[in-house]
Ligand binder design. Structure first.
Ligand code: 6R9
Length: 649
């Protein structure tokens, strides 16, 4: 049994909720969701109040999710105008550049003006309510301005992480039928430049072949590097912003009008456009941000994610700004110029709440304690993690060395699809167990089911489902509602299936064990094995590929590829390097394979299905645990794979 760390008096002092509050609120939230969420929706400003709170169904063939459906509001007005009106000089965004010498504080009044100007530029260039605008920017304040400018005029943003390749960007432009891109000349990370505009140019050419024309590109000047400018199509933000008015009335939006699309990987096919709407999403992001981090007015909050992922959407931009918080945006990486950077930034900006990924913690743990202890870190009060399971060893290092046992750790489990945090401790209210995401947030009803869908009670391990809707839930897969139902509601009828496995212990605490489908989580980046496989087979020398994950000390999971070559091709070291580069080019650098094993054949059943279970065991260096191989079409294939495995200890 893992040790339990009781709530300390110092954590409970001043915390917004106690353990008894948590229990009472949770009880109300699941017995009377209408009353609970109807009341808490008062934390947002509504143009027209809603009369209906919840109208949701997980019924097979009829999945429909609506919250506050007749309410009217605007997300950017909730994030900016109301705070600017009360206290316009308060810092909304602290920008910390890649270069440690560069930082800037931007007030609520200033952010509001920039957002209004960008909204006016979008309008002047023909963007209308409902249009999809693709954002491909580095971690600079303009990324937040762009998202909020879209929200202001009712355009739907689709942020694409700056690490994605032109091909991946093109696929997202086509799927979202998006004809407007906001980008930068170049990004800078860890001292290295990223050619964003050049990638956009390539992506536009590819998208055009796919039938999607991009009419306008708004470019932010970040580095001043040389870029090709196509007259009539490409516009500079710094020029256009001068030519428009500094105010822009927020568009009244229905609570169920789309706010954004964010692409995420599943176990099959191309990435799905996860669609979030306005009212429920914003309320859920704000409410979780306030309670999970116990945010107190005046505090500095820092989430190290990139706005290209959902964590950046909900916990750098929408949640913190809806709460009037000061949110730090960091352009760089944890190890540049050295492994002490994060803690140096904590001291520099007196950060109170810090939220990062287990992979960063493990990487920094490897660099030793000195880069941490060299900084004071006295300002820190709450520490959080997200993105993948955290091993107890990394949890304890974070707790003891970074937080000096002064700061509770909130291990927050959630997904792009869930919009906000679903399972998490609350600081000052929840006793902690290293490695456990602990208890459900308000309104969240997790359930465990076995392979047949039978509910499991008490202490048990199984597949993690959610029994009823919560306001932050995705509403559909953009343009494909059937895929939405099929992916999330057909495996276990009447329940939302997360794709994760989990264990519930005797205290009712939840332990997420990782994906149970063919989705990898590499350094917190989520990707489907199918995407990497199709990138590999698009190489002319590859005839077939199968990709599995294996445990990796820093990345959580590593990418292990089995590759069968075309007849006559030879599996050389050079080809290995070429294939790694090829996958980086097709998807993005974060998808680079860690291991490539050339395989004369793949283990298949007689019906031709690849037996991934076997491939996983070989990649994990457990050839003795292959299990039942009697259904293999050609047993000899496995002997070769075992003999040539790349992870032999
Ligand atoms: C927010 C985010 C979602 C997947 C999810 C799960 C894994 C996220 C976790 C965690 C264990 C945690 N995951 N948080 N696993 N403990 N605290 O990461 O969204 O990129 O969609 O990934 O990440 O496997 O299903 P997304």
């Amino acid at each position: 049994m893992a040790e339990t760390i009781a709530v300390k008096d110092a954590w409970a002092a001043g915390a917004s909720l106690s353990d008894a509050d948590y229990r009472a609120w949770y009880e109300e939230s699941v017995t009377d969701p209408e009353g609970f969420w109807g009341r808490h929706a008062g934390r947002l400003d509504w143009v027209t109040p809603f009369t209906k709170v919840k109208n949701t169904s997980f019924a097979p063939g009829n999945v429909s999710i609506k919250w506050f459906e007749d309410g009217v509001l605007n997300a950017s007005a909730n994030c900016l105008d109301r705070h600017a009106a009360k206290d316009g000089g308060r810092t909304a965004i602290i920008f910390e550049g890649d270069d440690p010498g560069e930082s800037r504080r931007i007030s609520y009044a200033e952010v509001l003006e920039e957002v209004c100007r960008m909204a006016n530029v979008l309008k002047a260039e023909g963007v209308r309510k409902g249009d999809r605008v693709t954002i491909y920017l580095p971690m600079i304040p303009e990324a937040a301005y762009a998202m909020l400018a879209c929200a202001r005029i009712g355009a739907v943003h689709s942020v694409v992480f700056g690490g994605f390749s032109p091909d991946s960007l093109a696929g997202r432009l086509v799927d979202a039928t998006s004809g407007f891109v906001i980008t930068a000349d170049e990004g800078v990370r860890g001292g290295r430049k990223v050619p964003l505009k050049a990638n956009v140019d390539k992506a536009i050419a590819i998208a055009e072949k796919g039938g999607q024309k991009v009419g306008k590109v708004l470019m932010v000047r970040r580095t001043g590097g040389d870029v090709a400018v196509e007259p009539g199509r490409d516009l500079w933000w710094h020029e256009r912003r001068e030519a428009v008015a500094p105010t822009c009335a927020p568009e009244p939006m229905g609570a169920e009008d789309p706010l954004f699309i964010l692409y995420t990987s599943g176990s099959t096919g191309k990435p799905k456009g996860v669609l979030h709407t306005t009212g429920g999403y914003l309320l859920y992001a704000a409410m979780t941000h306030a309670h999970v981090f116990d945010y107190r007015p005046g505090e500095v909050y820092w989430c190290t994610a990139d706005v290209g992922w959902v964590t950046g959407h909900s916990y750098i931009v929408y949640g913190p700004l809806a709460n009037g918080a000061t949110t730090l945006m960091f352009e760089g990486v944890p190890t540049y110029p050295d492994a002490g950077r994060l803690w140096q930034v904590v001291d520099k900006h007196q950060v109170n709440i810090f939220y990062t990924a287990p992979t960063a913690i493990r990487a920094l743990m490897g660099a030793g304690d000195e880069p941490v202890t060299r900084a004071s870190r006295r300002s820190l009060r709450v520490l959080g993690t997200v993105g993948e399971p955290i091993n107890p060893e990394a949890w304890l290092w974070y707790y003891r060395v970074v937080g000096e046992e002064r700061c509770p750790i909130v291990d927050t489990w959630w997904q792009t699809e869930t919009g906000g945090i679903l399972i998490t401790p609350l600081p000052g209210a929840t006793a902690l167990k290293p490695g456990s995401a602990t208890r459900p947030f308000f309104g969240v009803r997790p359930e465990l089911v076995d392979g047949e869908g039978k509910p499991l009670d008490g202490a048990a391990e199984g597949n993690l489902c959610i029994a009823d809707s919560w306001p932050g839930q995705m509403r559909t897969v953009y343009g494909d509602h059937e895929r939405f139902e099929q992916t999330y509601f057909s495996t276990y009828k009447g329940k939302y299936f997360t794709g994760d496995g989990a264990r519930r212990d005797g205290d009712g605490y939840w332990w997420i064990t990782g994906r149970v489908d063919d989705v990898l989580n590499v350094s917190g980046h989520r990707m489907g094995t199918a995407e990497i496989e199709s990138a590999l087979v698009s190489h002319p020398k590859v005839s077939e590929a199968a990709v599995v994950g294996y445990p990796h000390d820093v990345k959580g999971q590593g990418i292990y590829c089995y590759v069968t070559l075309m007849k006559g091709e030879e599996g050389t070291e050079e080809l290995r390097r070429e294939l790694v580069l090829h996958v980086r080019g097709e998807i993005g650098p974060f998808a680079a394979p860690d291991k490539i094993q050339f395989a004369p054949g793949l283990p298949k059943t007689r019906s031709g299905k690849i037996m991934r279970r076997i491939l996983r065991k070989i990649a994990e260096d457990e050839p003795g645990a292959l299990g039942d191989t009697s259904t293999l079409a050609e047993p000899a294939v496995v002997e070769d794979l075992v003999a040539n495995r790349q992870n032999k200890r």
